[in-house]
Design a binder for this molecule. Structure first.
Ligand code: PRP
Length: 176
């Protein structure tokens, strides 16, 4: 597939995304307000990088960052279902409150894998936020702090790529 940037349609503007990040940040702050322990915010690279950065500024709670890189797409427009761990922080997660920050839940394979890996370390809790949630697939994933539910578009921009390109577009776009 070739993407002609001129034919891209805007699905979500930067303003809409920033507003949503602020709204979710407030919800997360409220949720953790009676928990004294720090949050470990897990940024699922690379796609989540911009949403993560927008979101954490609006979470008023002690926090540490934790970066992992897992990939399920290998240059195409659909998930292969096979997850590759490219990088994983070794800081122990036992007894910690984990907040996973994703850019998109599509088939759900990546988030299911991440949750299973984190559970192996016996955290105190695991919560999930995702900027985008595709409900075209019956993934059965319950996103605790959801962003936008979207139709079955192939989306790029704001961290999301096609063949590693277009991550730096300042909006979420799609090709019809
Ligand atoms: C994308 C996206 C999610 C995942 C969602 O990551 O960032 O992590 O796919 O798809 P799924 O629900 O079908 O598993 P990708 O593997 O492309 O890596 P990237 O974040 O580095 O682009």
């Amino acid at each position: 597939m070739e993407i002609d940037p001129k034919k891209l349609k805007v699905l979500l503007t930067e303003e809409e995304i920033l507003e949503k990040a602020k709204e979710i940040g407030k919800q997360i702050t409220e949720y953790y307000k009676n928990i004294d322990d720090e949050i470990i915010a897990v940024c699922a690279l690379k796609g989540s990088v911009h949403f993560f950065s927008d979101l954490v500024k609006h979470i008023d709670h002690d926090m540490k960052y934790y970066f992992v890189r897992v990939s399920s797409y290998h240059g195409g427009t659909s998930s292969t279902g096979k997850i590759t761990v490219n990088s994983w922080t070794n800081e122990p997660l036992e007894g910690k409150h984990i907040l996973i920050v994703e850019d998109i839940v599509d088939t759900g394979n990546t988030i299911r894998f991440l949750i299973n890996e984190i559970k192996k370390q016996n955290p105190a809790s695991i919560k999930l936020t995702s900027l985008l949630i595709k409900n075209a697939h019956d993934h059965g994933i319950d996103v605790d702090f959801p962003g936008f539910e979207i139709d079955n578009y192939f989306v790029i921009g704001y961290g999301l790529d096609y063949d590693e390109k277009y991550r730096n577009l300042p909006f979420i776009g799609y090709v019809e």
